[in-house]
Design a protein around this ligand. Structure first.
Ligand code: SF4
Length: 426
């Protein structure tokens, strides 16, 4: 096919796609709480929460956030503890810190009013091209394109794009397609507003917003990564992947990064109904969040353990760390040396690396958690202290105080189990 006729075909395809997508969205859009408002702040919060997180998980978080911090000013003024607690469990905590920085900037530079200019929105911390496009189109009905995982899947399948969407040229092509679609939707609003014979309908008012959301929604509900429901898809007649039976191979995202297993041993220490916990420092992963003192465990050093069994299946109740080297460099626990049990190495490392001198380690629970490409196993041990730790190791908090702090997901699970079990005398 010659380039001109190829372009013509593509143009007429784009033209036909827009009303199909808009009609489908009007009839099938889910009733989500952030879809009942045009408040840019509320839409912004939803978009940031929805990054890497499913809709059903986000709904209660969004409701709670909007109840506690209903305005940009409230978000700007909230304490770091408050915003982290409201985000606790959503993960990727730099998102919430950036959200607050952006709220503070809006108060400072824009008098507390969310900016409407696309470049001003894009300049805010934590807001990239996708999020700026989503806010500007959904809140202000601007013809700003969006391209995320869902939209990439829908477009590569409809247009039969076999190249990897991460490649620069292909990515630019996808942005262009998304832009052409939303600009065509804008034309519908424009034409309706210039009509002398009738007034604009509500749907015509929201064409850019609905077009972008229709792509996201189609990707979430119908054009799913596996087993898409092509039979009920509004655009199946125009879909190259469907026609050519190439659905499985599109989008061509290349090989997935292999998952890395990481293991940690955490130490639960209780004194007079209080627990020793520490806050992760600024700049670290999960900065500002709370956790039990813990160390990363070198692969293969301890066999997996079941609740109630001591590490390595051995009783380490009266372990005497007399032959343990006093200095073990680095954050990772090294393999055991000759004559030393893995459990002993663990205790020694805890003592030297964390500043804890402990005895009577007893396995409490093992928690599994996945984050990005890491598959984390957190082994929790109840331990007793040989000596009071220095203040740099952590601080003592009651269960009620711990409730008010934001913990990392794995440590939160361990905390609720450990607190119940220890305080009930189990
Ligand atoms: Fe996706 Fe199937 Fe619709 Fe094509 S026809 S867009 S593959 S759901």
């Amino acid at each position: 096919m010659r380039l001109n006729s190829k372009l013509k075909t593509q143009n007429s395809k784009l033209q036909k796609l827009v009303p199909l997508l808009l009609d489908w969205f009007t009839a099938n859009a889910r009733d989500l709480p952030w879809r009942r408002t045009r408040d840019p702040y509320a839409i912004w919060v939803s978009e940031i929460m929805l990054q890497q997180t499913q809709v059903k998980t986000v709904i209660p978080y969004w409701n709670r956030w909007m109840r506690e911090l209903p305005t940009i000013e409230a978000a700007a003024k909230a304490s770091p503890d408050k915003i982290h607690k409201l985000w606790e469990g959503l993960g990727y905590y730099s998102r919430v810190r950036n959200l607050q920085k952006a709220a503070q900037l809006i108060v400072e530079k824009h008098d507390g009013k969310f900016p409407q200019n696309f470049d001003d929105v894009l300049a805010l911390p934590g807001i990239g091209r996708y999020t700026a496009g989503a806010i500007c189109s959904i809140a202000f009905n601007q013809p700003a394109p969006i391209l995320d995982g869902n939209v990439i899947r829908v477009l590569t399948r409809i247009f039969g794009i076999a190249e990897n969407p991460k490649e620069k040229q292909t990515n630019a092509r996808l942005w262009k397609l998304a832009e052409e679609l939303v600009c065509r939707a804008a034309l519908i609003t424009y034409q309706a507003s210039n009509s002398r014979t009738r007034t604009r309908t509500k749907d015509e008012d929201d064409c850019c917003s609905h077009l972008n959301q229709s792509l996201m929604e189609l990707g979430a509900l119908v054009c799913t990564p596996r087993n898409p429901q092509c039979e009920i898809c509004p655009v199946k007649k125009m879909c190259i992947a469907f026609r050519e039976n190439r659905i499985e191979e599109l989008p061509n995202i290349g090989k997935r990064e292999t998952a890395t297993a990481r293991r940690f041993a955490a130490f639960v220490v209780e004194r007079n109904g209080r627990f020793l916990v520490r806050q992760r420092s600024a700049g670290a992963v999960n900065a500002h969040l709370w956790e039990f003192p813990n160390v990363e465990v070198a692969a293969g050093i301890l066999p997996a353990v079941e609740p109630g069994v001591s590490p390595g299946g051995k009783n380490i109740r009266n372990f005497n760390p007399v032959n343990i080297p006093r200095h073990i460099p680095g954050g990772k626990m090294p393999p055991s040396t000759a004559g030393e049990t893995p459990a002993a190495t663990m205790l020694a490392h805890a003592a030297t690396h964390l500043g804890l001198e402990i005895r009577n380690a007893k396995h409490l629970s093992t928690v599994k958690h996945s984050i990005t490409r890491y598959r984390i196993t957190l082994e929790g041990y109840r331990v007793q202290l040989r000596k009071q730790p220095g203040s740099r190791v952590g601080i003592w908090k009651s269960p009620a105080q711990m409730e008010r702090l934001a913990f990392t997901a794995a440590h939160k699970k361990l905390a609720s189990l450990a607190v119940n079990r220890i305080l009930s005398g189990q």
